[in-house]
Design a binder for this molecule. Structure first.
Ligand SMILES: O=C(O)c1ccccc1N[C@@H]1O[C@H](COP(=O)(O)O)[C@@H](O)[C@H]1O
Length: 219
């Protein structure tokens, strides 16, 4: 039997979208800070205001593109989410440093799944974080893609990571109502994370969201 994964709805723009996502069954909301590209960016002020009004036990994820531990700590302290999603590789400082400065705050590291080396990268980082989030960006481009691409990646690689990882896995990248069942069967992740697949003209679309949740929970 495959257990239904938890759902994180990302790119939340305001309280109304937050309420809609929670009403439809989201366990977590993604709030996107400054990024080099992507459709979901809002200001730190907006992130702080939305996060403050999200009721427990719904998790609030700050998506940060900072790569220096001190800057990641400062970013979380400006917005007060209960989880930090690091969408690029940590270049300066350590996860332990972030944990010491932010007790009780969950750390989720994004791995952009490109090839077999992504599996090694994921397993190297996994022991230091609370979860991994497997997405379809490309941090090597001149203008980095760090998520929100609407593209799927090679789920066979994500399946390998899920089977070997000591921490839970969220699957992201191009998930939609029409492919989510296949994604769940292929990867069997702890969680699903999506942005563009449940939006129309940038707005969270209740019809697409309901279709997505039906595929996840009512099969
Ligand atoms: O959405 C963005 O603007 C964004 C920008 C930079 C990093 C991450 C971003 N969003 C994350 O990307 C995943 C996948 O998006 P999609 O479903 O493929 O559109 C999304 O769930 C966010 O976590």
């Amino acid at each position: 039997m495959i257990i239904s994964p938890h759902v994180k709805i990302c790119c939340i723009r305001d309280d109304e979208e937050a309420r809609l996502a929670i009403a439809m069954g989201a366990a977590a909301l993604g709030l996107v800070g400054a990024m080099p590209s992507g459709p979901g960016v809002i200001t730190d002020g907006q992130i702080a205001a939305i996060a403050k009004r999200v009721p427990p036990p719904v998790a609030t994820f700050l998506l940060t593109s900072e790569t220096d531990a001190d800057q990641i700590i400062a970013h979380q302290q400006r917005v007060n989410t209960n989880t930090v999603q690091i969408v690029d590789a940590l270049r300066l400082g350590t996860y332990d440093q972030i944990r010491a400065a932010l007790p009780g705050i969950r750390l989720v590291q994004v791995i952009h799944v490109i090839d077999q080396s992504s599996v090694e990268e994921a397993l190297h980082i996994a022991p230091h974080v609370d979860a991994l989030l497997l997405d379809s960006g490309n941090p090597t481009l001149a203008v980095k893609e760090l998520g929100g691409t609407g593209r799927v990646h090679d789920w066979a690689l994500s399946r390998q990571i899920r089977e070997l990882s000591p921490v839970p896995i969220f699957l992201a990248g191009g998930l939609r109502p029409d492919n989510v069942r296949q994604a769940i069967e292929a990867v069997q992740p702890f969680g699903l994370d999506l942005c563009s697949g449940v939006r129309t003209n940038g707005q969270l679309d209740p019809v697409k969201l309901e279709a997505f949740m039906t595929q996840v929970f009512n099969q």
